[in-house]
Design a protein around this ligand. Sequence first.
Ligand code: NDP
Length: 343
Amino acid sequence: MSAVTSTRIVLASRPDGEPNPGNFRTETTKLPELSDGQVLLRTVYLSLDPYMRGRMSAAESYADPVEVGEVMVGVVVAQVVESRSPDVPSGSYVLSYSGWQTHAVADAGSVRLLDPDAAPLSTALGVLGMPGFTAYAGLLRIGRPQPGETVVVAAAAGPVGSAVGQIAKIHGARAVGIAGGPDKCAYVRDELGFDAVIDHRAPDFAEQLRAAVPGGIDVYFENVGGPVTAAVLPLLNLYARIPVCGLVSQYNAATAPEGPDRLPAFMGLILTKSLTVRGFIQSEFVREMYADFERDASRWLSEGRLKYREDVVDGLGNAPEAFLGMLHGTNFGKLVVRVGPEE
Ligand code: NDP
């Protein structure tokens, strides 16, 4: 056994509806000695993402759940402390799927080298990583915004939504954001340059949304579901496209929502408006679009046309609370945990 100890956060129990801090447990464990082809990693940044809520449940999904007692899944930026691979030198920074822990042993073939001089390391978890790619692929492949069309997206201050609106504008469309609270709305409008933004907590949210889209909605990039979607549906134009990316307002629901069955009306709308409603998981498009995304996003970032914001929480021990808050919008920007220092 090596002398290296890892502090890790494991799934202690499965939540029933709303998760709570008791669903997580902190443990320490000694890491095994490295074998040939392996690297020892020290986590610098851990990405916290809404999909992790799905992994806490045993319900069938596109990916296997985390087992109770296992370390929580997640992508990290890490520094290589020791290497037994010529391809991944000691001292280098990598992207690794090693989860909520301070140290990990990984196969060198499973990590991706990062260039710390190309962009801030944490951007590999946000604007230049999975969330940015999700926005790029879902919007351009499914949403297909045309110049002059109107694109609506919620969670607009977050990493996916903020990129959706900015990429829509780069493609000549009009971007309308939906966000929670005045600070996020001001950021989306004044710093990201969306054409309009509406607070989904406003009592007259649906009326404000209608006023913000006088020509109707051509692309609704679905991030949240619930009452936001209900307000959007009547405003959709003929041939509107709905990339269904996420339903964060529903992730903690333990039972079906109360009220009338809206499915027949929704199906009727799909028919009469000739809607395209298409769910996707970003990994579907990696092979065909990731290289284009890296080229375009890096250029837009350096040109100042793609902006981003990060919400950095210090200390692995604060990950559960930050994660639980994100499901209700307490994060302001891409949520990352600084687990250890950059050197
Ligand atoms: P964010 O960092 O934007 O965090 C989620 C945000 O959702 C919160 O900050 C909050 O923003 C908003 N939110 C939470 N509850 C509600 C609610 N009840 N009504 C309206 N908004 C709510 O997350 P990401 O940008 O990382 O992810 C956005 C979406 O994209 C999620 O649904 C996620 O699951 C999905 N996703 C899907 C992928 C795929 O491959 N299909 C890949 C990556 C992400 P606010 O305070 O502004 O309301």
